[in-house]
Design a protein around this ligand. Structure first.
Ligand SMILES: NC(=O)c1ccc[n+]([C@@H]2O[C@H](COP(=O)([O-])OP(=O)(O)OC[C@H]3O[C@@H](n4cnc5c(N)ncnc54)[C@H](OP(=O)(O)O)[C@@H]3O)[C@@H](O)[C@H]2O)c1
Length: 293
């Protein structure tokens, strides 16, 4: 039986990857910072991992001394470890780059055979964003390391689409620009299958999106329909958004990254090869039910 370490196991994607690995018969070690997070499902319907994991390892990957043994005895490391919201303590480089690099170094020392890492679709078109730079700097290290590897490049996750429900409920749906750019977001369970296929396969780069493609406006309309409201549609010109993003840089780089990312995806289509079967409508309906609407 193959042994695997999952880093990022308490996150949206990591929880589904743990579930998929369990389903395929792997022995799983999960790196966690806080064991309180393992017993409960995640906020976006992702599963609790406590019953699925064989061994928990408590450590903080930004502090190498706490994870020195985390890769011992495993065949593969999967990492969706990342900073997806500002924590005002770490930078994107501390987490997306350095923490993953710490893991890679310990993986190589422990003789791990393969390292699978989750970056971002079309990263090369968004290199002005620090978070993307940090992801890609780690990808460069991984490529140069000599270890067998795969880099997963997904579009947006369904978990991010839940914010449309909040906007619809609050009565104002904000879009940047015309809201006409297209994307195919993906459910965590569908993406997890692709990740585990990559663990078992030979492709070094896997670009992946969900089965349906929407414009931003279409997602907004869908969310409004699901909550049964007719929100006011407000459109902010992209040049204003870019100005706001530039100003937020004086406050906090992680907040600026979020603004720059929102602006970048409003300017370009983001449609990756389609995978999976989960529909966005079903997901939004489930999320709305969970939130009591
Ligand atoms: N969301 C999207 O639409 C999207 C699209 C493309 C790519 N991505 C990338 O995919 C990856 C996973 O995304 P996600 O939405 O699953 O993220 P997430 O829900 O925020 O999960 C991040 C995971 O990393 C862990 N982590 C963070 N810092 C750590 C540290 N110092 N030591 C140990 N663990 C640490 C978190 O642990 P805690 O639970 O303790 O915080 C959590 O398990 C990210 O790199 C993200 O940039 C996301």
């Amino acid at each position: 039986m193959k042994k695997i370490l999952v880093a990022g196991s308490t996150g949206y994607l990591g929880r589904y990857v743990v579930q998929e690995l369990k389903h395929r018969g792997y022995w799983i070690r999960a790196l966690v910072r806080n064991t309180d997070r393992i017993k409960l499902p995640g906020a976006h319907l992702e599963p609790a991992i406590a019953p699925l994991v064989d061994e928990f390892f408590v450590g903080d990957a930004t502090r190498p001394a706490t994870i020195a043994d985390v890769c011992n005895g495993v065949d593969v490391v999967f990492s969706s470890l990342g900073m997806t919201r500002p924590d005002f303590k770490h930078s994107a480089f501390d987490v997306d780059y350095h923490a993953n690099l710490n893991l890679l170094r310990f993986a190589m020392k422990a003789g791990v055979k393969k390292f699978v890492y989750v970056s971002v679709f079309q990263a090369h078109k968004m290199m002005e964003i620090q978070n993307i730079q940090a992801h890609e700097k780690f990808v460069d290290e991984l490529r140069a390391s000599g270890i067998d590897y795969a880099v997963i490049r997904p579009t947006g996750y369904f978990s991010d689409m839940a914010q449309f429900l909040n906007m619809a409920r609050n009565g104002v749906m904000l879009s940047l620009g015309d809201g006409d750019k297209r994307s195919n977001p993906i459910h965590g369970a569908d993406l997890a299958r692709v990740c585990v296929d990559a663990i078992e396969g030979t492709n070094n780069v896997v670009e992946v999106g969900g089965p349906e493609t929407f414009t931003y406006r279409e997602v907004a309309d869908l969310a409004a329909e699901v909550v049964g409201k007719k929100p006011f549609m407000a459109s902010l010109p992209i040049w204003v958004a870019d100005g706001v993003a530039a100003l937020t840089g004086f406050i906090n780089h992680d907040i600026q990254d979020i603004a720059l990312f929102a602006s970048a995806v409003s300017k370009m289509d983001s449609v990756a090869p389609p995978h999976g079967s989960h529909t966005l409508r079903d997901y939004l309906v489930e999320m709305a039910k969970q939130e009591g609407h």
